[in-house]
Design a protein around this ligand. Structure first.
Ligand code: NOJ
Length: 727
């Protein structure tokens, strides 16, 4: 029912500039229709159908399938006065139907190329089915593994997080948003959601502006610089002003400082929740605060729909602010080409979704994400023709867990379990026995006996333990970080069988597995590896693939040690064996496994560190060069990590900060030169007056294989104060 008349309206003419089309369309819209563009709802119901026809809905989330999205889109395009297409959104975090490792696992690859590739595959699959907007990447820094959502992000480090954020945005959005395989990205949750007190989801965040800017904001900034078209405002209170009504973060920083031009969507009912936060007395006040602060679209809250007309009538909200939000939303719809191509071709979708290439990428990503935590006596890799293998544990033959949280339309039937993977990769002569042992989260130890018997009959036991997929992700925080249920008892019991044990972990957060770390000779962190889980894990176990992943978050000895992260401050009394230092009496002061840790089946030698110049002038960049040689007898990947410490500054600085990394592959005996470039901006920080500066003085350079395994060190000196005009 688009407007009658022979002349095509400007807004429907693709040859016109987007801004002109937007203004033309806006001039034709009623206030109700404008407000409609700001409203997003979940699912599709007959009530929503009616609302779409009245122009009261601009977006839906959680609708799936090419036919279904076409059917819904048709209502918006063909049965409304102006024919404005909907923008359909979904949480496509680590794959759409081809499921990749969870984001924490993808971060463990330390390989932005594979992350970009998985994101572009996810986008191609979802876009093929009409979903052009992903609520991803999740770029919240998480220093507390109790917080279940650590699984969804890149872990504890702002630099690694920023590199990953950029890669995701580039992957999802492709070269042009109008590309048939592109989705618009939505970095979330803006901002500092991961700083929740006590690691409890939705909890209060109270942090300094310096911490906000230096720890939590950088990945968002990187995502915006990479061109992210939208941003999601978070649930949490931030220093007294909830993130979904916070003009400082949404306006001053996002718009004024960073020049973000896309639109902001609230998290699910985050606007309505301003009432619970206690900064709004009713939905009217909530809407007023959120929209004025900069939240353009209301996800599922139904608050804007119920309030904005009245607020405009009462003079509490200007129509201009509504126009501004509509413009931003329409702009993304135009850029996606939704006006020209609102529908998708279901046949094309069938060809793209879960195609061979995508499955292969899932295997590649899963292999790269695996971290070898421990390998005493080179127990791994196993010989393919080993006589017998016991595969034990609640996750050994589980099809659900490997999908992980937020696994979109992942289908457990597509999952290769560890048992299946081992069977397929072991030699035909190898006997593979299986016992479940126990549930992930139960009390029963009935299965222990069988597990021990199976172990006794084999040359090696692979214990696959960890968390179920619903133990991480949203509203999935844990007060204890050990293996849930009786799994640790299972490990201890099988250990008594005196068979060499390899522990394979599947989980969505760093776990405190001190007992295993002490007693079990080989431990493999697989995270939730996605649909190719079993093959990827078996490839690592048998050495078809030499693991090269590294931890993106610190593993604590015990939950009482949390928060523990590598880029901490030194304190006046840095921990040491001396009594009167900053530590606990009852656990070591070092982590169980540090940030950046991960072993290989080969060994790497670092040498020839060169830093130039050693005296750094304001116009300079610092070049850091070194050599890495594979001195073992297998090809392998090493993630070379560059850390820097600003030795003396006007404010205290972290003991070390990651400033560069490179994942390289080396054949046996091969040597490569690795180079990093540090710009002065990368060395800058917010000084005592909150100005971004590099202060003159000494900087320590540390290059190594993990944040603790530093192989080469050096220094350079910055000669003059350098100031930057931004924060
Ligand atoms: C709430 C979650 O916090 C957010 O991450 C997600 O995108 C929305 N729900 C939509 O599912």
């Amino acid at each position: 029912m688009r407007e009658a008349g022979n002349v095509k309206p400007i807004y429907l003419d693709p040859s016109q500039p987007v801004d002109k089309r937007i203004e033309d369309l806006l001039s034709r819209m009623t206030l109700e229709e404008k407000i409609g563009q700001l409203c997003q709802y979940s699912g599709f119901t007959s009530e929503y159908e009616k609302m779409i026809m009245e122009g009261r809905i601009g977006s839906l989330l959680n609708v799936f399938g090419a036919e279904e999205t076409n059917r819904i889109q048709k209502i918006a395009v063909e049965k409304t006065r102006l024919g404005i297409p909907l923008i359909l959104g979904l949480d496509v975090l680590h794959g759409y139907k081809t499921i990749f490792p969870i984001p924490l696992g993808l971060a463990s690859t330390w390989d932005p190329d594979i992350v970009r590739k998985t994101a572009s595959i996810a986008a191609a699959e979802a876009a093929a089915e009409g979903i052009r907007w992903t609520f991803a990447p999740m770029v919240d820094i998480a220093r507390d593994p109790r917080w279940g959502r650590i699984a969804e992000g890149a872990g504890e480090d702002p630099y690694l997080g920023s590199v990953m954020a950029k890669a995701y945005v580039e992957g999802f959005q492709g070269r042009e948003l109008s590309d048939l395989s592109a989705m618009v990205a939505c970095p979330k949750h803006y901002v500092a959601y991961g700083g929740a007190e006590g690691g409890r989801d939705y909890n209060t965040v109270d942090i300094s502006e310096r911490t906000l800017r230096e720890v939590y904001l950088p990945p968002f900034k990187a995502a915006v610089e990479a061109g992210a078209g939208t941003i999601m405002s978070a649930f949490n209170d931030l220093n007294g002003i909830p993130a979904s009504a916070n003009p400082f973060t949404l306006k001053t920083i996002l718009r004024d400082e960073w020049g973000f031009e896309g639109f902001v969507v609230s998290d699910w009912n985050a606007i309505g929740e301003l009432i619970n936060h206690g900064i709004a007395g009713d939905i009217f006040e909530a809407a007023e605060k959120a929209l004025k602060a900069g939240v353009d679209m209301d996800m599922q809250g139904d608050v804007y729909r119920r309030t904005l007309i009245q607020l405009v009538k009462d003079g509490r909200m200007s129509e201009e602010r509504i126009n501004e939000a509509v413009r931003r939303i329409l702009k993304i719809k135009f850029k996606l080409g939704l006006f020209e191509r609102p529908y998708v071709d279901p046949e094309r979708a069938k060809r793209i979704v879960k195609c061979k290439e995508h499955i292969e990428a899932a295997l590649e990503a899963a292999r790269k994400s695996i971290v070898l935590l421990k390998n005493d006596g080179s127990l791994l890799p196993l010989r393919r023709d080993i006589e017998s293998i016991a595969v034990i544990g609640p996750l050994a033959d589980d099809r659900e867990a490997p999908l992980g949280p937020w696994s979109c339309l992942g289908d457990p039937r597509d999952v290769v379990t560890v048992l299946e993977g081992i069977k397929s990769r072991a030699s035909a002569e190898t006997r593979v026995l299986y016992a479940k042992g126990c549930d992930v989260d139960g009390e029963s130890i009935e299965g222990f006996k069988e597990a021990v018997e199976v172990a006794r009959r084999c040359k090696v036991a692979i214990l696959v333990v960890g968390e179920s997929r619903d133990m991480s992700g949203e509203a999935a925080c844990r007060a204890f970080l050990g293996l849930p249920g009786v799994q640790e008892e299972l490990v201890k019991t099988v250990y008594e069988a005196r068979v060499p044990i390899v522990e394979v972990l599947m989980n969505g957060r760093p776990l405190s597995i001190s007992w295993s770390a002490e007693h079990i000779p080989a431990i493999v962190e697989a995270w939730f590896p996605g649909i190719q889980a079993g093959y990827a894990i078996a490839d690592v176990l048998f050495g078809n693939y030499n693991p090269g992943g590294k931890l993106p978050a610190t593993f604590p000895h015990t939950v009482g040690q949390v928060p523990i992260y590598y880029n901490h401050k030194n304190t006046g009394r840095p921990p040491s064996p001396d009594r009167w230092t900053s530590k606990y009496l009852d656990i070591p002061y070092t982590p169980l496994f540090p940030f950046g840790h991960g072993l290989s089946y080969t060994r790497f030698e670092y040498s020839d560190l060169e830093i130039s110049p050693r005296e750094v002038e304001p116009k300079d960049v610092v070049k850091i060069k070194l050599k890495v040689k594979n001195i073992g007898d297998r090809e392998g990947d090493e993630v070379v990590q560059l850390y820097v410490n600003d030795v003396v500054a006007s404010v205290t600085r972290p003991v070390k900060e990651l400033k560069g990394f490179k994942r390289i592959t080396l054949k046996p005996g091969e040597e490569k030169t690795v180079e990093f470039v540090l710009t002065l901006e990368m060395l800058s920080f917010l000084n005592h007056e909150m100005r971004r500066v590099v202060e003159p003085g000494l900087f320590k350079v540390m290059v190594g294989s993990s944040s603790e395994d530093i192989r080469l060190t050096g220094t350079f000196t910055v000669k003059n104060l350098v100031e930057f005009p931004w924060k």
